[in-house]
Design a protein around this ligand. Structure first.
Ligand code: NAD
Length: 496
């Protein structure tokens, strides 16, 4: 069985300790590949190499245009090898093969977008209105960037960081989730083959708890960009404080999906289903908190329950499968504990909630689950389950203003602020709600789409960074002011 190696100082290498980790296919729990398990010494070697390349290597001497061309070639490779890369993604995550391949298309679009940005992103000239002075703002790379990724969209989350970080001229140390190393490992090969300086890319595989602190505490790492859970994000922010490095955090969400009675009901219900159950709810922006107008609650919830019960779970490559398993046994236990607690606190399981038996029993499957009778004091409406679990709350009011105010209060009653949606046929209400909801992305009459030119990121404890769009590039740039006096003269302040 193949072992994926680390990429350090221009070479694929085993871990110094020789340790390896077995990677499971979550649909049946079988080991399908092995990966080197990096330790602290590997992390230090990766930092030293990335530092050396940044300080004295060739990568920072390349131009934006040259780096953009490399990103374009990477995008073309991804498109050409989409089926195989999609297969790797499905094997590591258990997601359906259709989703695995669709992810690769999205990844390619991110590389293409930042390839285009090579020509769009200039500095700016400042007009100081002083004779002989030229003043300009230039964009420079931040330095050595540690990029730490989660397991739900391994290559996609990597691309949101890797493409802008490389375009800006940084050197990078990638650390995918220990559960899903394959596609980031393959991307490393593609990056090098398509022209990225070998020292500009380092790859660490394995436990974040082991190598993470080495990266986040090192004075030789200038920035950490992290996508993952809130608890890990907090600890990364704290450990990065000692060196005041730049920290960009993309964390979890408990995302409200608000449906008013005047919405297009067919579209709202269908998208509510996709919003929460796509990829078995393991999506940071999953519409996990349904907030529905009281008068249509029964209609909406009955239909959702009926359709949720019919979602076809199964292995990635099986015909007709609509969603896969959860990532691991441990993660399924967490989701089950979340549902148990919800029941203890008074929620009622309307559908799902039981681990499937029969042919799915070997994998880490958990069925689409809907919790009714949820109230705002329950943990389930505030905490992220990161599984296929939908909570239902209602709002009402005697007037339109009251209804909106009530819906809004519930939608904003969360310590997260990643994403949300509002469903209504009233354009004014849609705009008012979208502006007042404190979440980084708001969909009006839709759920889940995103595009590479539009920023993505969270408010409140969903994080402090923005990925994609021009801001996603700015995350990886230092802004420098250069003041040039072409007519130097004594300042004349001190007279003696
Ligand atoms: P996680 O926090 O457990 O792990 C994320 C990464 O951090 C992994 O690579 C892990 O190895 C590493 N890590 C763990 N401990 C570390 C430490 N002490 N220092 C440095 N790195 C460490 O998260 P996960 O379970 O992989 O991902 C699920 C979470 O990610 C969910 O909360 C989800 O909402 C969030 N997420 C957010 C976004 C977004 O765009 N905001 C996107 C995808 C996922």
């Amino acid at each position: 069985m193949e072992t994926l190696e680390l990429f350090i100082d221009g070479k694929f290498v085993p871990a110094k300790s020789g340790d390896e980790r077995e990677i499971e296919y979550p649909a049946n729990g079988q080991i399908h590949i092995r990966a080197a398990e990096a330790g602290k010494e590997d992390a230090k070697a990766a930092i030293a190499s990335a530092r050396k390349e940044f300080d004295t290597g060739n990568w920072t001497k390349t131009t934006y245009a040259q780096r953009g061309e490399i990103l374009r070639k990477v995008a073309n490779r991804l498109i050409a090898e989409r089926d195989e890369i999609g297969r790797m993604e499905s094997m590591d995550t258990g997601k359906t093969y259709a989703e695995g391949k669709a992810d690769v298309d999205d990844v390619a679009s991110v590389f293409n977008y930042y390839a285009d940005m090579a020509y769009a992103d200039g500095g700016r000239v400042v007009e100081p209105s002083m004779d002989g002075i030229s003043s300009k703002i230039v964009h420079e790379p931040v330095g050595v960037c540690a990029l730490i990724m989660p397991w739900n969209y391994p290559l996609l989350q990597a691309s949101w960081k890797v493409a802008p970080a490389l375009l800006a001229g940084n050197t990078i140390i990638m650390k995918p989730s220990e559960l899903t190393p394959s596609t980031t490992h393959y991307l490393t090969k593609i990056l090098i083959e398509e022209g990225v300086e070998p020292g500009a890319v380092q790859l660490l595989l394995g436990s974040g708890a082991e190598v993470g602190p080495v990266l986040t505490e090192s004075p030789d790492v200038d920035m950490v960009s992290f996508t993952g859970g809130l608890v890990t994000g907090r600890s990364i922010m704290a450990s990065a404080a000692g060196t005041v490095k730049r920290v960009a955090l993309e964390l979890g969400g408990k995302n409200p999906n608000v449906i008013f009675a005047d919405a297009d009901m067919e579209a709202a219900i269908d998208n509510a289903l996709t919003g929460i159950f796509l990829d078995s709810g393991q999506v940071c922006s999953a519409g996990s908190r349904l907030i529905v107008e009281e008068s249509i609650k029964d209609e909406v919830v009955n239909e959702l329950v009926k359709r949720a019960a019919n979602i076809k779970m199964g292995a990635s490559f099986d015909e007709g499968v609509e969603t896969g398993p959860l990532i691991s046994k441990e993660h399924r236990e967490k989701v089950m504990a979340y549902v148990d607690r919800a029941i203890e606190q008074g929620a009622k399981v309307l559908v799902g909630g039981e681990i499937p038996e029969g042919e799915l029993a070997e994998g880490y499957f958990y069925p689409p689950t809907i919790l009714g009778e949820c109230t705002r004091d329950m943990d389930c409406v505030h905490d992220e389950s990161f599984g296929p679990v939908l909570t239902v709350e209602t709002f009402s009011g005697d007037t339109d203003e009251e209804k909106e105010a009530n819906a809004l209060e519930i939608a904003n009653d969360t310590y997260y602020g990643l994403a949300g949606a509002v469903w209504t046929s009233n354009a004014g209400r849609a705009e008012r709600m979208a502006r007042a909801m404190r979440h980084g992305t708001i969909w009006i009459n839709d759920y889940h789409p995103y595009v590479a030119p539009a920023e993505w990121g969270g408010m409140k404890q969903s994080g402090n960074g923005r990925e994609l769009g021009p801001t996603g590039l700015a995350e990886y740039q230092e802004i420098k002011h250069i003041w040039h006096n072409t007519k130097p003269a004594p300042a004349g302040w001190f007279k003696n």
